[in-house]
Design a protein around this ligand. Structure first.
Ligand SMILES: Nc1ncnc2c1ncn2[C@@H]1O[C@H](COP(=O)(O)OP(=O)(O)O)[C@@H](O)[C@H]1O
Ligand SMILES: [Mg+2]
Length: 207
């Protein structure tokens, strides 16, 4: 955006505050950011949790990195720069959902600490819930649900996280889900329990 545009674009305040929205919707808008290697279980857990939340009449949506790359981010590749832009856009969209009072689940490799830090800054410290979905590289490669590791090892995919592109563990995530030790339901339940304990869901009888 050039300076001229910048000056001519004025932020428009709304008539409803986040507190009004929370009181009326009986939940807080937050972003649950699932990070981990491909095949670690991000999409599987996020889908399960989204279904539970909707069944309990909580407003929730899922932004899955793979799906967003079919539309909004179809122009982006997998270089570090493109991944950073992928994450920036998804964080901006997630922020809009959180502003609307929705529990927004993001399932995205988001490989580097600095990229997740940027997402946290866009979304806001108090409503960014970082969830590390953990499984060893060999487990992920063994699962290989989309046959991507096989193709990456064969040299058909470049910049593949864990093989030819780096992944940095979150040093202090809100939750760690070890998908080698816990079932999908147990992992989803850990996040659910956190949402209830942290009063993200403020309805009575949601347990
Ligand atoms: N506890 C678990 N949590 C999540 N996925 C699991 C778990 N145990 C086994 N899996 C399997 O691991 C694979 C994870 O794939 P997926 O959710 O697509 O990973 P990601 O979105 O992280 O790339 C699926 O085939 C899933 O059935
Ligand atoms: Mg996935």
């Amino acid at each position: 955006m050039n300076k001229q545009n910048d000056k001519n674009i004025v932020w428009q305040e709304t008539l409803i505050t986040p507190q009004d929205r929370e009181r009326i919707c009986r939940q807080k808008g937050v972003v649950i950011w699932f990070t981990g290697l491909s095949g670690s279980g991000k999409s599987t857990i996020a889908r399960c949790l989204e279904k539970w939340l909707i069944e309990k009449k909580c407003m929730a949506c899922l932004l899955d990195g793979d799906n967003i790359r079919h539309g909004l981010n179809r122009d982006l590749g997998f270089s570090i720069e493109a991944r950073r832009e992928n994450i920036r856009r998804i964080a901006e969209v997630a922020r809009l959902f959180a502003d609307c009072g929705v529990i927004c689940l993001v399932a995205l490799i988001s490989p580097l600490i600095e990229m997740r830090k940027m997402a946290r800054e866009i979304i806001g410290e108090g409503r960014f819930i970082e969830v590390a979905v953990m499984a060893s590289l060999s487990t992920c490669e063994h699962r290989d649900p989309k046959r991507l590791y096989e193709r990456a090892r064969a040299g058909a995919i470049h910049d593949f996280t864990g093989i030819s592109s780096p992944y940095e563990m979150p040093p202090a995530p809100t939750l760690v889900l070890n998908t080698e030790e816990c079932t999908v339901d147990e992992c989803a339940d850990r996040v659910w329990t956190h949402l209830v304990n942290a009063s993200v869901i403020v309805r009575k009888g949601v347990r």
